[in-house]
Design a protein around this ligand. Structure first.
Ligand code: FES
Length: 239
């Protein structure tokens, strides 16, 4: 990391901290936030998404920070708390909690931290599940979790997508959001936690080139369209 990236990372961390009302000492963590383009979240008509109009406990998907990397946007319907987490490489970080009036709006990379399963237009094995997951192979580790049906990793989106069950070795990478209280708009600003984008592009190079064409690895700029998972994906699997 060069000096500029380091300074930008620190600035982003400071913003996240302020919004989470954490003390400055909390950032004695060693996994730094990574800054990407500031991207306004918009609907399919290119109108800014209003945080208070998101339907609680519904899966929404947008792409960030690259054209082919999906993100879950969720209004959990309840306030969230800052949570200290660890990446697979034992780097600590402080997830700042949700944004919006109730601090209930969160965003996480939708790339499973186990073997990189992700939602695309044809199929999704991973999604937020309201209530417990009813699957005979896997007891639900709680209610309202993100569940990956591939090998049954379970993540708690109210605690920074901490792993509660299954083979995943780290939380889903958090996507940092800013909420403007005056306009109720949401802007994605960066990521925090264990990124898996390099491994994702390596594993799915051919597939992504068919799905997204040569733009797959382009950084998203300015705006990203938010869709309900049920509209984005033809077959959202519920195991
Ligand atoms: S790919 Fe998600 S649990 Fe294995």
């Amino acid at each position: 990391m060069d000096r500029r990236e380091f300074v930008e990372g620190c600035a982003l961390g400071a913003t996240a901290l302020a919004s989470a009302a954490l003390s400055s000492t909390a950032w004695a963590a060693n996994a730094q936030p990574r800054r990407y383009a500031r991207v306004l979240l918009v609907d399919e008509l290119d109108q800014p998404i209003k945080a208070s109009r998101l339907r609680p406990q519904v899966n929404y998907v947008f792409h960030y920070p690259f054209e082919a990397t999906p993100v879950f946007l969720l209004d959990l319907g309840k306030a969230t708390q800052p949570t200290r987490l660890l990446t697979k490489d034992k780097l600590a970080y402080d997830w700042p909690g949700g944004v919006g009036q109730r601090r209930s709006v969160v965003a996480f990379s939708a790339i499973c931290a186990h073997q990189l399963v992700y939602p695309n237009k044809d199929l999704s094995f991973i999604s937020f599940r309201k209530g417990p997951v009813a699957n005979p192979q896997t007891p639900s580790r709680g209610n309202d979790l993100i569940h990956c049906c591939a090998d049954h990793s379970q993540y708690d989106p109210a605690r920074g997508a901490q792993v509660l069950g299954g083979p995943a070795e780290q939380p889903l990478c958090a996507v940092l959001l800013e909420h403007d209280p005056a306009t109720d708009q949401l802007t994605a600003t960066g990521t925090l936690g264990g990124e898996l984008f390099d491994a994702f592009f390596k594993k799915y190079e051919m597939k992504l080139s068919l799905e997204a064409g040569p733009a797959a690895r382009n950084a998203v700029a300015e705006r990203s369209v938010v869709r309900e998972l049920e509209r984005f994906c033809r077959n959202p699997v519920r195991c």
